[in-house]
Design a protein around this ligand. Structure first.
Ligand code: SF4
Length: 92
């Protein structure tokens, strides 16, 4: 349902006929770490995240997984080397 409280006009899972059902009755504003993210938008009631109602929780255990302004650390894939074959190759 479309939000009629803090993020007016945005489709929201927590909104229903009796109002916002999120903990506290409305979304929480973004935190400093969200500045620069494309999901953070300015509304008349303040700056809010378009996808998360409480941005502070997304930063509690590290970086927000949906942040658009931080680089994602890509794990380098290392090829598995058989030590026995590698030693035979080295001996040749
Ligand atoms: S997606 Fe994450 S970083 Fe971006 S505004 Fe929302 S909570 Fe903040």
């Amino acid at each position: 349902m479309v939000c009629t409280s803090s993020k007016k006009g945005v489709e929201c899972f927590f909104m229903n006929k009796s109002g916002c059902q999120f903990n506290g009755g409305s979304c929480h504003p973004i935190v400093d770490a969200c500045n620069g993210c494309q999901k953070a938008k300015e509304f008349p009631a303040g700056k809010f995240c378009l996808i998360f109602p409480e941005p502070a929780t997304k930063w509690r255990a590290g970086k927000c997984n949906m942040a658009t302004h931080v680089e994602k650390v890509v794990a380098k894939e290392t090829a598995k080397v058989n030590p026995l074959k590698a030693s035979k190759r080295a001996a040749k």
